[in-house]
Ligand binder design. Structure first.
Ligand SMILES: Nc1ncnc2c1ncn2[C@@H]1O[C@H](COP(=O)(O)OP(=O)(O)OP(=O)(O)O)[C@@H](O)[C@H]1O
Length: 276
């Protein structure tokens, strides 16, 4: 059996203190405990990501997609569960149990993240080149000429003109900001790229360009991608396998074609039919 590049076991993220009722498996109202109001944003999730694949994660607003992605990028602490990277600690060290320094190492060397809101991933007042250089420096790059070369290569890859590299992202359109975010996320040659609703809010033609870019990046860099979207059309276009989330839980998963052509769960059937 192939070893996954990322494996997550029993991931749970809760907002709230919990009570005896929800801790002991009492029925939740959607993802919320009816007694103490604790939100179980991700609830006992098991996920595997394999080399070179795009794993789609789909679900309605509030189902826990962003919480999953942000937990993986250590934006906050998980409540329970463990995570393992093939390329870290021999694949046997729980990434969630690491020190801040080790988590920083993982973020800077092994992962890239693109947020739905570019303001979370970019410094809007720095130059675009400076944004990318920041990630390169964090990953240990020190040579100015080496950095400059890599910045140019990355901007070419996402089709941002070299003549605009000194401009700050705040001057750019939404689609261009996402492309700068993608180039920054790729700067350290990560094994894993996390993409959280990267085309939401963009107009359709720009959306199509960003989606095409993601497809090219996968082919060119042979990177493993986790792609969150509430839009099944995006998932259909890009994802090899898909996970369907509802109320913090995985309710269905499999090959994307299988999920879309023969959905088993009523919620997935509803999602698919709304596309037709
Ligand atoms: N800081 C927080 N405090 C309390 N509850 C939170 C917090 N952040 C998220 N939640 C709750 O966690 C649940 C999952 O939210 P999350 O943002 O992960 O969902 P999502 O599937 O990404 O939704 P969307 O598609 O709208 O971004 C929601 O019920 C949300 O209200």
């Amino acid at each position: 059996m192939e070893t996954p590049v990322l494996r997550i076991d029993h991931l749970t993220v809760r907002y709230g203190k919990t009570c005896d009722y929800c801790r002991n498996g009492g029925e939740l109202h959607k993802n919320t405990c009816p007694r103490c109001k604790t939100v179980w944003a991700c609830n006992d999730m098991n996920v595997k990501l394999y080399e070179g694949e795009i794993l789609g994660i789909v679900g309605e607003s509030g189902s826990g997609k962003s919480t999953l992605m942000k937990s993986l990028f250590f934006d906050f602490d998980v409540t329970e569960g463990s995570g393992f990277l093939r390329d870290f600690g021999g694949g046997e060290a729980d990434i969630f149990a690491q020190s801040l320094q080790q988590k920083k190492y993982i973020k800077n060397h092994l992962m890239g993240m693109v947020y739905q809101n570019p303001m979370l991933g970019l410094r809007m007042d720095y130059s675009s080149a400076g944004n990318i250089a920041e990630k390169l420096i964090a990953a240990g790059q020190r040579s100015f000429s080496g950095m400059n070369e890599r910045v140019e290569e990355l901007l070419d890859a996402v089709e941002i003109l070299q003549s605009r590299k000194k401009e700050p992202p705040k001057n750019f359109s939404g689609g261009m900001q996402q492309r700068v975010q993608i180039s920054k996320a790729l700067a350290n040659n990560p094994a894993i790229l996390l993409l959280d609703e990267v085309t939401t809010g963009l107009d359709l033609s720009v959306q199509a360009k960003v989606l095409e870019l993601i497809r090219e990046i996968r082919q060119r860099f042979h990177i493993s991608i986790m792609l969150v979207s509430h839009d099944l059309a995006v998932i259909r276009m890009l994802a090899d396998r898909t996970i369907v989330m509802l109320d913090g839980k995985i309710i269905e998963q499999g090959l994307t074609d299988q999920i879309l052509d023969d959905p088993q769960q009523p919620y997935t059937q509803q999602l698919v039919h709304s596309l037709l």
